[in-house]
Design a protein around this ligand. Structure first.
Ligand code: NAD
Length: 451
């Protein structure tokens, strides 16, 4: 407790010097972060291999590359994002001018999960740097090699009074949360998200919660089934299904169900081979607890493809399942692993009702060539974000915000949304002293007639 308080006090003192408010300072720190990531690239790749068996291509495309892109966007746009914005003023306030000033919150706590340990730590961190804050970053203990390398990347270039990495387990989070921060950015499960929000409420600290849930993938009879299967298999089995926006389950129109299942299995074999468990490029499950949880979810379901696993390697084949019923355990919790249940529906209204009867998902994917069905789903379902005729890629852009809605989270980030998330918008009206219209001042008698 004492060490956290000491650290926070040193950050408060540093923040109080006003150094982080300078835009050139922020740009220099973003450049330093970029250089440190590039310098440590080999160590990062090795850590991701050890923690999750991520292949170098996947590690670069979904972690390092995404963070670098975010940093580059922020460096390029920071002056525009941080600039004071002049806005219109209602005529009733004449003569005056209105401006919105962007200011940093102060000390930000960022807590990250283990599945994309680098990206989900350093992307929000880059946004918080750009907005001019000091930061404490807490990576997940379940990806210990990545947590260590993140510590190295940061400590090599930043003093703790500006950016500190605090490593450790859940008890460290709890200790951190007993302190007052000016902003908390949490990525993780819905259940821990509730705890974070309750703790933040004690200090009235604003939060962004990037959570999870069951993201549906709807495939209708008009879809290009083969291409849909290819893109679903890619998005679902990336990182062995341990992706917050992975399609959790498929809702497919009854008529095309069997052909879709056939195509899913064809692409699984094409991408990962006949023996995916021993495929060097196929990621592992993070730990034994999650491995056993996934096996128990699979236990009573009809396997339509895959189903093999290795307890020694903590790997489970990409597996297509047909749930016994919609009340099966696999349809109750976020799967977060390489198991893909396929359920059939008859018409698009039924598919939308299925989604709407459950907590609002983080992502929704729709495969269709029907404009009518596209309009219907966009208008009648609520979800954090998603794709039409693809999976996952909606988050790989600095031009759209990424985040959940309802139980899948609150707040967005990436690109300009990251800057807004970590900044307070201070609205200020400046009045002229040359003219003072007397209408608003008491006594009000008779003035009511003028309104
Ligand atoms: P988690 O909620 O178990 O852990 C996240 C962080 O919270 C870790 O740093 C952990 O140490 C900490 N934590 C755990 N229990 C705590 C407690 N009782 N009090 C305080 N802190 C605690 O999540 P996870 O298993 O690391 O990640 C998987 C979940 O994260 C999935 O639900 C997934 O959908 C979600 N996720 C969401 C996003 C997103 O961007 N929306 C991204 C990745 C993962």
């Amino acid at each position: 407790m004492e060490d956290v308080t000491v650290l926070l006090n040193s950050q408060r003192r540093f923040y109080g010097t006003g150094k982080t408010r300078n835009i050139d300072f922020r740009i220099r720190q973003l450049v330093r972060l970029r250089e440190s990531i590039i310098k440590n690239e080999a160590d990062i790749m090795e850590a991701l291999k050890k923690d999750l068996n991520k292949a170098p291509f996947e590690a670069y495309a979904t972690e390092i590359g995404m963070v670098l892109e975010e940093i580059n966007y922020l460096i390029k746009n920071i002056k525009m994002l941080a600039g004071t914005k002049k806005v219109r003023t209602p005529v009733t306030h004449f003569p005056s001018a209105s401006r919105i000033y962007k200011e940093p919150y102060g000390i930000v706590l960022i807590m990250a999960p283990w599945n994309y340990p680098l990206q989900l730590s350093l992307s929000p961190l880059a946004g918080a740097i750009a907005a001019g804050n000091c930061m404490i970053l807490k990576p997940s203990e379940y990806a210990p090699c990545s947590s260590r390398v993140i510590g190295k990347v940061i400590r090599e270039v930043f003093p703790e009074k500006y950016i500190a990495v605090v490593e450790g387990g859940m008890e460290v989070n709890q200790r951190l949360l007993q302190n007052k921060f000016d902003y908390i950015f949490f990525t993780g499960s819905v259940s821990v998200g509730r705890i974070i929000m309750a703790e933040a409420a004690k200090h009235l600290t604003p939060v962004t919660l990037e959570l999870g849930g069951k993201s549906p993938c709807i495939v209708d009879e008009t879809a290009n089934i083969s291409l849909a299967a290819k893109r679903i298999v890619w998005g679902k089995f990336l990182n062995a299904g341990q992706t917050c926006v992975a399609p959790d389950y498929i809702l497919v129109q009854e008529k095309v169900k069997e052909v879709l299942i056939k195509e899913l299995n064809r692409y699984i074999r094409k991408f990962y081979g006949k023996d995916s468990v021993h495929n060097e490029e196929y990621p592992k499950i993070i730990n034994e607890r999650h491995f056993n949880r996934l096996l128990s979810l699979m236990k009573n379901e009809k396997v339509k493809g895959g189903g093999n696993y290795s307890s020694k390697l903590l790997k489970i084949e990409p597996t297509v399942l047909e749930p016994e019923s919609i009340d099966s355990p696999i349809m109750q919790e976020e799967i977060f692993g390489p198991l893909l249940p396929v359920l059939a529906y008859e018409n698009i209204q039924e598919a939308a009702a299925f989604v709407n009867n459950r907590p609002k998902p983080l992502a929704l994917y729709l495969f269709t060539t029907s404009k009518r069905n596209e309009r219907f789903i966009m208008k009648n379902t609520s979800f954090g974000g998603g794709c039409i005729n693809d999976t996952i890629v909606h988050l790989a852009t600095s031009h759209m915000g990424f985040g959940g809605v309802g139980e899948s989270g609150m707040g967005t980030y990436h690109g300009k949304e990251s800057f807004s998330t970590f900044s307070h918008s201070k609205s200020v009206l400046k009045k002229s002293n040359f003219l003072d219209i007397p209408l608003r001042y008491p006594p009000y008698k008779k003035k009511i007639k003028l309104l």
